[in-house]
Design a protein around this ligand. Structure first.
Ligand code: R7I
Ligand code: MG
Ligand code: MG
Length: 355
């Protein structure tokens, strides 16, 4: 596909969800491995692509990121919108039914047990009681939120936020967990709605930053625009840092990770996912001959840390812009859950077209 040729909307719906799936499945073997390099990611991808003997090709399993995403899609489609009890039931049912360890976050599974063991009048209650009542700021809200952006394709960002917040609050009630999931949803929504080529990076970052400043002020009150020197505590500050990094050609992984993070928190993983997508719009040393979607996934994983989640979030944004055709067939067919993901993408596209 020529990079200047934009994919159809149906292809972008598929690209977004398959893009997320591939990021999860490819990132999973590297999650919190001590040392991940671009070379080790390339070796892994070559192995997947070699595909010499079908017998040797083990399917790559997805993790919690995808399992929960699939439940969100099924629930939104079934109820033509958000239904808290149904979505919670699906999250818990899939978790307890799975024969594979999907590597869920340490605290979120307690919520599933609470839903299952107690008569829940309020499905939002268990999440709000976690961490002494502040709720989780893990990246579990952001990792699974892409379908909300597809479902809200025609709606404005306020409607998108309403849906994103409701879905996230089922398991994550900390303000940073909720805001982070919305930032990821908005990034996917903007990418999906971008009809310009080349990708308008400055405009995209400006829209994300303005929205974050607005909602951060609403959430935390007015704050100084000057970031604290030791760490960045707000999404808008991290987005400013991304802009500065993109303007430089000499950014080392160490500096990126120190500033943006690559951990299981929402604040420590959603900004670096957005950065990976934007950085991969341009050539990356060592990834010559790879298209921008491939670069996004390989580069995102090479940044280490929470690799399945960072690659799934970066992959959702990249796929929403570049479309399904940008994702190599060999990558797709090695991932567990491809056909159900394709079906959900098509059903969401049909739903959006009719409403
Ligand atoms: O956010 P969550 O669903 O985890 C998602 C991550 C992804 O990387 C997946 O791929 C999977 O591997 O896990 O699960 P939570 O248990 O809600 O949050 C993840 C972790 O973040 C928690 O287990 C805590 O270690 C940490 N954390 C907090 N620590 C202190 N105080 C989240 N919130 C807090 C907090 O308020
Ligand atoms: Mg995971
Ligand atoms: Mg993860």
């Amino acid at each position: 596909m020529a990079e200047s040729q934009l994919a159809s909307l149906a292809s972008r719906f598929r690209g977004c969800l398959i893009g997320a799936l591939v990021g999860d499945c490819f990132g999973e073997p590297f999650e919190f491995l001590g040392r991940v390099t671009l070379e080790s990611v390339k070796t892994f991808v070559h192995h997947v692509e070699a595909d010499k003997s079908k017998k040797d090709t083990k399917i790559l399993h997805y993790t919690d990121d995808t399992e929960m995403r699939l439940s969100i899609e099924a629930s939104l489609l079934k109820h033509k919108g958000f239904n808290a009890e149904d979505m919670a039931n699906r999250f818990a049912k899939e978790y307890f039914a799975s024969k594979i360890d999907r590597n869920y976050g340490a605290h979120v599974t307690k919520i599933f047990s609470d839903w299952s063991s107690k008569h829940m009048e309020d499905v939002f209650l268990p999440a709000s009681q976690q961490f002494n009542g502040t709720g989780s700021y893990g990246n579990g809200g952001g990792m699974r939120i892409a379908p909300a952006a597809l479902f809200m394709y025609k709606e404005n960002s306020h409607k998108l936020k309403e849906l994103s917040d409701k879905i996230t609050r089922l398991t994550h009630t900390h303000k940073l967990g909720i805001l982070g999931a919305y930032l990821q949803a908005l990034a996917v929504h903007l990418a999906l709605n971008t009809a310009e080529s080349p990708f308008p990076t400055d405009k995209f970052l400006q829209e994300l930053t303005e929205s974050m400043i607005y909602h951060e002020e609403e959430t935390f009150g007015k704050y100084s625009q000057k970031p604290p020197s030791d760490s960045l505590k707000l999404y808008s500050q991290k987005l400013n840092a991304i802009k500065e990094f993109l303007a430089r050609s000499d950014v080392e992984k160490k500096e990126l990770v120190k500033t943006l993070g690559h951990d299981v928190t929402a604040l420590g993983s959603i900004p670096i996912s957005i950065y990976a997508f934007l950085r991969a719009l341009s050539e990356i040393n060592g990834l010559e001959g790879r298209n921008p979607y491939e670069r996004t996934i390989m580069y995102a994983i090479s940044l280490g840390g929470d690799t399945d989640t960072i690659a799934t979030m970066a992959g959702a944004i990249a796929g929403a812009y570049w479309g399904e055709e940008a994702i190599p067939q060999k990558w797709q067919k090695n991932c567990e859950g491809l056909s159900v993901t394709q079906k959900h993408a098509d059903n969401l596209y049909d739903y959006v077209k009719k409403h």
